[in-house]
Design a protein around this ligand. Structure first.
Ligand code: NAP
Length: 286
């Protein structure tokens, strides 16, 4: 068993659940801070190395870092519809955690941001995440910022569209990415507890264009390939008017997705044992 205690925030999320499994596999005594304990698998709740604290990371966290050596946070808004903003969660909740970590003399903070986040400061999610990155960098605590490409969990959207008969892309579907599975990314995140890296730009082992991912989805479903390509001006137009017409919570997701759909997201570091086709095979009937 390791001697250092780790605090994990975000354990109820897609990536967080894999990080929790990896921490326990590596025998780290682990405290998780969650707002809903029921989201943790009941079998895990009795794990001898696991301590569960129920708290709202956007509010009070007093004492949550007591006895903790290192923190990992994956906290951020993805699909949540709590009426909170990226500023309150991606920045505010993580800043609360950082303040608490500093108060308790925690040695290191590993934060999961997003690949090319520095280039997305003009959109709400990027602004909030990078504001936290800025705060972390000047805080004096040892840190590592993990910047992943798109997650496999989000690639399910290609499969969903293909099931509906048509995948809709912008431009020529020419942009590339190397999506990463949560299990592969979790290994990278946990490894940063012991590494000297300050920033890790990481994605999966395979690189695809958006068109190739769409084709893969149809192939797995044994359906004819049907991809519609909308002009890029339409993407930019939706981004422009959506800001005024859509509810803030819905627009935030659209703003992020429509921004990354118009850029290459291929990370320098490519890792992992997972492959997209078998992943699609496992989720195609869900
Ligand atoms: N998905 C992608 O393709 C992608 C790519 C790059 C980076 N990222 C970033 O990686 C991080 C993890 O992503 P993920 O897919 O694992 O996200 P996820 O499944 O939505 O998990 C996010 C975690 O944050 C917590 N959280 C969200 N809002 C909260 C709030 N108001 N109060 C307390 N806790 C809150 C969630 O708790 P609950 O379970 O209680 O909601 C959950 O534990 C996020 O910051 C995301 O922006 C994602």
């Amino acid at each position: 068993m390791k001697t250092e205690k780790i605090l994990l925030a975000g354990a109820t999320g897609y990536l967080g659940q894999y990080i929790l499994a990896e921490l326990l596999k590596k025998e780290y005594p682990t405290r998780i801070v969650v707002r809903n304990k029921a989201k943790i698998a009941p079998a895990l709740l009795t794990h001898p190395l696991l301590e569960v604290v129920e708290a709202e990371v956007t509010q009070t966290l007093q004492g949550v870092c007591k006895g903790v050596s290192k923190v990992i946070s994956t906290v951020g808004i993805t699909q949540q519809k709590d009426g909170l903003t990226y500023e309150q969660v991606d920045y505010g909740a993580n800043k609360n955690l950082l303040d608490e970590a500093l108060r308790e003399g925690v040695q290191k903070f590993v934060y999961v941001s997003v690949f090319k986040g520095e280039m997305m400061r003009h959109i709400a999610i990027g602004a909030a995440k990078e504001r936290f990155v800025d705060a972390l960098k000047v805080s004096g605590i040892d840190y590592c910022i993990v910047r992943p490409s798109g997650f496999y969990s989000d690639m399910g959207n290609f499969l969903k569209m293909a099931k509906g008969g048509k995948v809709r892309l912008f431009g020529k579907g020419q942009y590339s990415m190397n999506p990463i599975h949560g299990e592969d990314l979790a290994e990278v995140c946990v490894a940063q507890l012991e590494s000297a890296e300050k920033e890790v730009n990481v994605g999966g082992a395979e690189v695809f264009t958006h068109t190739e991912i769409a084709r893969l989805a149809f192939e797995v479903l044994h359906k004819p390939v049907k991809i519609s390509y909308s002009p890029d001006w339409l993407r930019r137009f939706i981004l422009k008017i959506g800001k005024y017409l859509m509810p803030k919570s819905a627009y935030g997701t659209i703003e992020f997705v429509f921004t990354v759909m118009a850029m290459d997201s291929v990370t320098p570091l490519k890792v992992g044992k997972h492959r997209l086709k078998p992943y699609f095979e496992t989720i195609k009937d869900c």
